[in-house]
Design a protein around this ligand. Structure first.
Ligand SMILES: NC(=O)c1ccc[n+]([C@@H]2O[C@H](COP(=O)([O-])OP(=O)(O)OC[C@H]3O[C@@H](n4cnc5c(N)ncnc54)[C@H](O)[C@@H]3O)[C@@H](O)[C@H]2O)c1
Length: 294
């Protein structure tokens, strides 16, 4: 028996990248899925690929009514709701503190934070009726550290992590677990889309990122949507039955420490500040080792 047999899921941002990979994984594990997105052609193609297991719903997560309709569709079409993956997103408003327009900040928070809160709100009564459920929110390493995204985006993702804790405290009484995933650098169209490229060009850029971005991570490769999808499937399953209110970082080790900690060719800011180069540092290390031996 597959791990998610009989389970019903809603996935937002399902037409591309992490959401698409997650629909594929959830179906492979036995779930039926409402795939929600604004890229209708891709969403319909996905539903056609998985006939009985996937239906597509147009759902702009900036619109509360459309979120509710996509979630209600799971109950109407598949008889209930067990899993919600609040995942849709984009880079949002660009710029630093002074440059970011207030309207852009509001729109970014609507897209990345309010949408997650609304999805959770409208999923809750259905999961209560089912006797429990699992909600998974896509946050980001940008929500745990500065420097991985624009300020509005990073702030929204940090708030998603904290909302996840607060909601877990509220929903555990109904056996509803809620957790966040913080992806690192995942090869998807989001980077091109955020820079305003047309979708087909942004899709091609995802392949380029996969090819070139490996050296950024200690693990030596860029993340794939499947890396996140596997974590979603785990959190959705009973294997994660004791996990709620937390966030899991899935980033190939990119946030474990400064680059020189894992890349021996990178210079240490500490030695740089003292004016000691790599060669001198190595000579000092060898001399000290010899001294300690003797
Ligand atoms: N790719 C990464 O490196 C990375 C890292 C950290 C977090 N994330 C997060 O992962 C999530 C998925 O992004 P991705 O990397 O798969 O990018 P992607 O562009 O491949 O997929 C995002 C999907 O969300 C959809 N979408 C955008 N705005 C929407 C809206 N208003 N309503 C409904 N759907 C909408 C898009 O149509 C697209 O299908 C986002 O929340 C993103 O912030 C991505």
């Amino acid at each position: 028996m597959a791990r998610l047999d009989g389970k019903v899921a809603v996935v937002t941002g399902a037409a591309s990248g992490i959401g698409l990979g997650t629909v594929e994984r959830l179906v492979a594990e036995g779930a039926r899925v409402v795939a929600a997105d604004i890229q209708d052609e891709k969403g319909e193609a996905l539903a056609a690929r998985f006939k009985d297991a996937v239906i597509y719903r147009h759902c702009d997560v900036m619109d509360e009514a459309q979120i509710k309709a996509a979630i209600d569709a799971a109950v109407a079409e598949f008889g209930g709701l067990d899993i919600l993956f609040n995942n849709a997103g984009a880079g949002g408003a660009m710029g630093g503190v002074e440059e970011t327009e207030i309207d852009g900040i509001r729109r970014t928070l609507d897209l990345l934070l309010v949408s997650v809160m609304a999805g959770t709100k409208y999923a809750t009564p259905h999961m209560k009726a089912r006797g429990g459920g699992s909600i998974i929110n896509t946050a980001s390493i940008a929500g745990t550290e500065a420097g991985w995204g624009p300020i509005a985006y990073s702030t929204a993702k940090g708030a998603v992590i904290h909302f996840t804790r607060c909601a877990a405290a509220d929903l555990s009484q109904y056996k509803i677990r809620i957790n966040a995933i913080c992806p690192g650098f995942i090869a998807t169209s989001i980077f091109g889309a955020t820079l305003g490229m047309a979708r087909p060009v942004a899709d091609q850029m995802a392949a380029l990122i996969a090819e070139k971005g490996g050296p950024m991570q200690p693990i030596g490769r860029v993340g794939a949507p499947m890396d996140i999808a596997a974590t979603v499937a785990f959190l959705a399953s009973d294997d994660a039955g004791f996990i709620t209110g937390t966030h899991i970082i899935v980033d190939g080790g990119i946030t474990i420490g400064p680059r020189h900690a894992w890349d021996k060719t990178a210079s240490s800011p500490f030695l740089d500040a003292l004016g000691i180069d790599q060669e001198q540092a190595e000579a000092m290390r060898v001399a000290m080792a010899a001294q300690q031996k003797g």
